[in-house]
Design a protein around this ligand. Structure first.
Ligand SMILES: Cc1cc2nc3c(=O)[nH]c(=O)nc-3n(C[C@H](O)[C@H](O)[C@H](O)COP(=O)(O)OP(=O)(O)OC[C@H]3O[C@@H](n4cnc5c(N)ncnc54)[C@H](O)[C@@H]3O)c2cc1C
Length: 119
């Protein structure tokens, strides 16, 4: 139990130290009709390693974790359930946007990281 607590504190410290924790806890969609207040914060990891840390902490805390992009969905699908006993958390992947593989003559597949925008 103590080791898990230690990991949680360590991860929280690392996230805070690396500046990936947004102090604002209010998230809104593009036209501000959908709003939520994730009790465990809004996080924007800069790397896969940081994303893994966030997911590890969320799993340990048994907190709800939702991913958001540009918030252009018209529905409530991105909203967190902020009344949960173990709270809620949002992660945005805008900084995880590398192009991993370009198409070739034989293979027209483009492989990108999950936060990339089509524009
Ligand atoms: C003015 C306007 C015009 C539009 N026109 C069109 C149109 O012509 N055609 C069309 O198809 N749609 C259209 N849409 C809808 C909009 O483009 C889609 O809802 C949008 O593509 C959703 O992407 P998002 O990044 O905004 O996702 P969000 O709204 O942020 O999230 C939507 C869902 O995707 C999940 N999600 C988001 N990012 C990730 C990620 N990186 N990894 C895993 N899950 C993720 C979220 O958890 C949520 O469940 C329009 C929207 C607006 C506001």
């Amino acid at each position: 139990m103590w080791s898990f607590t230690y990991i949680l504190i360590l991860n929280t410290f690392l996230l805070t130290a690396s500046g990936t924790v947004d102090p604002s806890t209010v998230w809104t969609d593009w036209d501000k009709r959908q709003t939520c207040t994730p009790t465990n914060g809004i996080h924007q990891p800069a790397s896969i390693d940081e994303l893994v840390q966030i997911v590890t902490v969320a799993e340990f805390m048994e907190t709800q974790l939702k991913t958001v992009g540009s918030g252009h969905s018209f529905s409530q699908i991105t909203l967190t359930d902020d009344g949960r006993v173990n709270g809620s958390m949002i992660v945005n992947l805008d900084n995880i946007k590398k192009v991993l593989k370009l198409p070739t003559d034989n293979d027209h597949t483009v492989t990108v990281e999950a936060g990339i925008r089509v524009q």
